[in-house]
Each structure stands twice: as C-alpha cells, then as structure tokens.
Design a binder for this molecule. Structure first.
Ligand SMILES: [Zn+2]
Length: 286
C-alpha cells in the first residue's frame, strides 16, 4: 500500500509521461517558443525577443523603389558556388532548409572584398499565391521568397558570425507563380519525405545553388537588416534581387503540404515588413 505522498509522486510522474507521449504523438516535441500562429506569431516575438521592436535594423522591410538611392560603388556580385552532388533537406519546423555541404563563396557588391560562405537556403511562402514573401517591393507581396544564407569567413564559424553586425549576407529572391522551375524540382519533388517537423532526407541528385538565382543578378537592392526569425540578430547585409523567379503552382503546393512545429500546415511562414528607422536602401541600378 502506497503512502499518499508516494502516490502523489507517482501520479505526477504518470502525468509527465502522458504529456511526453502526447507531445511525441502530436509532433509537438518540435514546438519552439515562436511560430506563425495567432498565439506565437510575429506580433508576439517581442515577448521573448525584445529586439523585435527595440532593434534599429529589423527585417524584412518594404522596399520603396523610388526611395532607393542608386550607388555606383555597388559593383558586380561575385558568386562562386560548387554544385552539391546530393541534396540534404530538412523540415526544421518553420521552413524547409537545404544544408550546403560544398564550398561556395559570395563577394563583391555591398560586401566589397569580404568573403561570405554559403551555409544553407530556405524559403518563406503563403497559404496561396497572393502572399508569402517577407520583403515587399512597392507594397507588393510575392508568393514566396528564397533566402540563401552566407557567413563572413573573417569569423571562425556560422555560429560565431550569426550575431556580428557584419556577420551574415543573405540573398533574397522573390518567387511568383508561373512556369515550373526545373532546378527547384529536386526540392519540391521530394517533400513527401519531409512532411513532419524534424524530418531529414538526402536526395541522390545534384543541385547547383546558382541555378536558383534569377538570370539578372546585376540589379539588386541592398540594406542593413536582421534575421527574420528569432533570435532576430541584427547581423545581415540583405541583397534582394529586382528580378523575380517563377515556381509552378504544383511546386508551391508541395511546400504548403509540410507540417510545422505547431502541428499545422506550414503556410504563411513569413514575418511582415518592419520599420525602416532611418535606414537607406541602396540600388545597384538606375
Ligand atoms: Zn528566411
């Protein structure tokens, strides 16, 4: 016969166990302290990440093309990527992410002769084609936005660079619904193995990240900003291309079929535009 005290302890252990089982079954074991729902979406991030509202260089922003100042010092971007000979994809609970295993560098443009190394790419998208991008151009939101994330090799690692004011450079590409993208198919054709948050797949196909960029990489806007997801570090030199790239509606629907860390369809995983707070956007073109 248990003493009441022991009984209570056993009861507590049982309920903890049941909660764990529930979390595992519902996939909530992947839940984090932020997401895109009414309860944990961008308007709540300031509770755990005060920089969300206190910061001076938060991203994304609305790019007003007529306010962007042409800067003749913005020379050509120099991009030297290496094709991946297999594609490592992960559902990280907030997006689909491709981990880069080969060595690729970005220099030039607003980065000058500083060398930035490609670490991963991921996307943000809407529940339908009317929304999904994080940056907006003259108020226009696109169906999705692709981010190629690089870190400054003057630091020892991505982790060290991530919180430095000159630590990261991200290429932003607007995605609109249209023709099928032949090189994105290696991602969109393989989401079935990535439906649940935490899933990872390695696809025995090659992918050159350069093939995901628009044809015209000479025309871009650039500004100093932040990560668009917690911890929202103010460490990103943003380079947003003027030319958008097309994905087919099937390719966009494939992304929408994923499940996020809250157990919901992974859709509308974008942060809305943040205040400029005196920043200037520069353009590489007139
Ligand atoms: Zn992103």
């Amino acid at each position: 016969m248990f003493k009441p005290q022991v009984n209570e302890q056993l009861g507590m252990k049982l309920s903890t166990y049941l909660i764990l089982v529930h979390m595992l079954v519902s996939g909530r074991v992947w839940a984090s302290d932020w997401g895109y729902t009414e309860e944990n979406g961008p308007h709540t991030w300031q509770n755990n990440y005060p920089i969300a509202v206190k910061g001076r260089r938060q991203s994304p922003i609305n790019i007003v093309s007529r306010n962007a100042k042409y800067d003749s010092d913005l020379t050509f971007l120099s991009i030297a990527y290496t094709p991946e000979d297999y594609v490592e994809l992960k559902n990280n609970g907030h997006s689909i992410e491709c981990q880069i295993t080969k060595t690729g560098y970005l220099t030039g443009g607003p980065l000058g002769n500083q060398e930035f190394k490609l670490a991963q790419f991921h996307l943000h998208w809407g529940a339908d084609d009317t929304r999904g991008s994080e940056h907006t151009i003259d108020g226009k939101q696109f169906a999705a936005e692709l981010h190629l994330v690089h870190w400054n090799t003057k630091y020892d690692s991505f982790a060290e660079a991530a919180n430095m004011s000159d630590g990261l450079a991200v290429l932003g590409i607007m995605i609109q619904s249209g023709e099928e993208h032949p090189f994105f198919s290696v991602v969109s054709d393989n989401v079935y193995g990535l439906i649940q948050p935490g899933s990872m797949v390695t696809i025995p196909s090659s992918l050159d990240p350069i093939d995901l960029l628009p044809a015209n990489i000479d025309d871009y806007w650039t500004y100093e900003g932040s990560l668009t997801t917690p911890p929202l570090y103010e460490s990103v030199q943003w380079i947003v291309f003027k030319e958008a790239v097309a994905f087919s509606s099937n390719q966009l629907d494939a992304l929408r079929s994923l499940i996020d860390s809250d157990g919901n369809p992974m859709q509308d995983n974008f942060r809305p535009p943040q205040p400029l707070k005196g920043r200037h956007v520069r353009a590489s073109f007139q």
